[in-house]
Write a protein that binds this ligand. Structure first.
Ligand SMILES: [Zn+2]
Length: 442
């Protein structure tokens, strides 16, 4: 039995009661949190315990990146609107992808994520066997899904997704899961959406889909199907508590009702939406309707950072700026979107520090100008720094599923230098292989 004892830390549990200990101890046994104690409460130290001194560090749940794509070509063709970008960059790259390139691209992506505090990624991409291997190797919690589209688009099929599920779901102590992924509705048919739902139900797994990301997508669906994207998803049974709907920037009032009625959680990805010129999602209306909204970075090809601290800040600032209202999206609520809400959306026992929950924990260094001044007895002050002042470099240690995957900002299970070299070589090779075919969907 392996135990980790994290002592002397500021414990920001983000549980329902908002429990905070200015100085305390968290004990992890195997993959679970077994004890959380404030100062003065003794715990039994045992021989063989791995002790982490968390003096000056915040001990908090890891961040959950609810909409994610492994990325291979960050910063390449960086100026295009979504439609053009997909045709000229994203699809050609992922069509040229091979298993080895996918493995190194995933490791590079997961490296950036772990180093900026994410402990879970909800990753829609291709070559899932490679992604699962990368997740297993680095130690991150990964929910994987394919880029499924109708056959003429030369992406993945439901059979690919089924095979990936059979090969990988439940691997690594359940740390790796596989869902059914639908790329987006312009590349699908109503029949494909119904089959995707049936397959998800058969496998007792969830769905991951892009919905209402851009105005172009809505216009295209109206033209092709006579319906808006979320209307079609609703009618074909795609929505539900087990479906993560990504983006949802262009939702009508009726579509917001459909999301609420079906209990569909939404991943809000403000940085990607801003960079691609897609607009600002109606998050206050979603929350008012009772929808569970989490946060995602999307992909570094359209962000260009996987840093969830940046995503939290954008999520708040864009709403405040566009609605001229500084009371919107307060730090304490945004932090829960990136932790509690993401975990709930995925049905995971993570996203908060509570006894019995899975041990996905990060330690944040506060002995720096970024966290100065800090009222250690005032958690709301700490929360403000986490959302508005920080960036991913404040994360010192990451524990995922009870394993220390980063300590002192050094990854413990993989060689970061090798990952950087191999991911660079993979991009060069795939870029030289890619073929740009214009406007398959338009
Ligand atoms: Zn996406």
């Amino acid at each position: 039995m392996s135990r980790i004892v994290i002592e002397n830390g500021m414990i920001l549990s983000l549980d329902e009661a908002g429990t905070y200990h200015e100085s305390g101890t968290v004990v992890v046994e195997n993959d679970r949190i077994v004890e959380i104690k404030g100062a003065g409460h003794a715990y039994e130290k045992r021989p063989g315990d791995e002790v982490i001194d968390a003096t000056d560090k915040i001990v908090m749940p890891g961040l959950i990146d609810l909409h994610y794509h492994t990325a291979i070509g960050k910063g390449f063709n960086d100026h295009m609107p979504l439609w053009e970008y997909l045709d000229e960059c994203w699809y050609p790259l992922i069509r040229a992808l091979d298993p080895e390139a996918a493995y190194w691209a995933a490791l590079a992506s997961y490296t950036e994520s772990v180093k900026s505090g994410a402990t879970t990624v909800n990753d829609m991409y291709r070559q899932l066997n490679s992604l699962a291997q990368a997740a297993e190797d680095i130690g991150i919690r990964a929910v994987l899904s394919n880029d499924v589209a109708s056959p003429e688009h030369d992406l993945d099929s439901l059979q690919d997704n089924y095979d990936a599920y059979q090969a990988n779901h439940g691997k690594a102590n359940g740390r790796i899961e596989v869902r059914i992924g639908i790329e987006w509705l312009p590349l699908a048919s109503p029949g494909l959406l119904r089959e995707a739902r049936a397959m998800a139900n058969d496998l007792k797994t969830g769905i991951h889909v892009h919905l209402n990301e851009s105005k172009t997508e809505v216009d295209f669906c109206l033209e092709k199907f006579g319906k808006r994207p979320t209307e079609l998803a609703y009618e074909t049974g795609l929505l539900g508590p087990d479906t993560i709907a990504a983006h949802c920037v262009w939702l009508s009032d009726r579509e917001i009702e459909m999301m609420a009625e079906t209990g569909t959680p939404i991943s809000h990805n403000p940085n990607s939406n801003a960079k691609l010129g897609n607009g600002i999602a109606r998050v206050p209306e979603m929350i008012a309707a009772g929808i569970n909204v989490g946060l995602g970075h999307d992909a570094v090809e359209c962000n260009n950072s996987a840093d969830m601290f940046e995503v939290m800040k954008y999520a708040s600032l864009l709403q405040r700026a566009s609605r001229v209202d500084a009371s919107l999206m307060q730090a304490k609520d945004v932090l829960r979107m990136a932790t509690n809400n993401g975990a709930k959306a995925l049905g995971h026992e993570t996203g908060q520090l509570s006894v019995g929950r899975k041990a996905d924990i990060i330690l944040v260094e506060t002995n720096s100008a970024i966290f100065t001044p800090l009222l250690r007895d005032t958690p709301v002050h700490m929360t403000s720094h986490l959302v508005f002042a920080s960036n991913g470099s404040v994360v010192d240690t990451s524990i995922i599923d009870g394993n220390i995957v980063m300590r002192g900002r050094k990854l413990t299970r993989v060689d970061e230098g090798q990952i950087v070299r191999e991911a660079n070589a993979a991009f060069r090779r795939i870029k030289d292989k890619m073929v740009v075919k214009r406007s398959q969907a338009a």
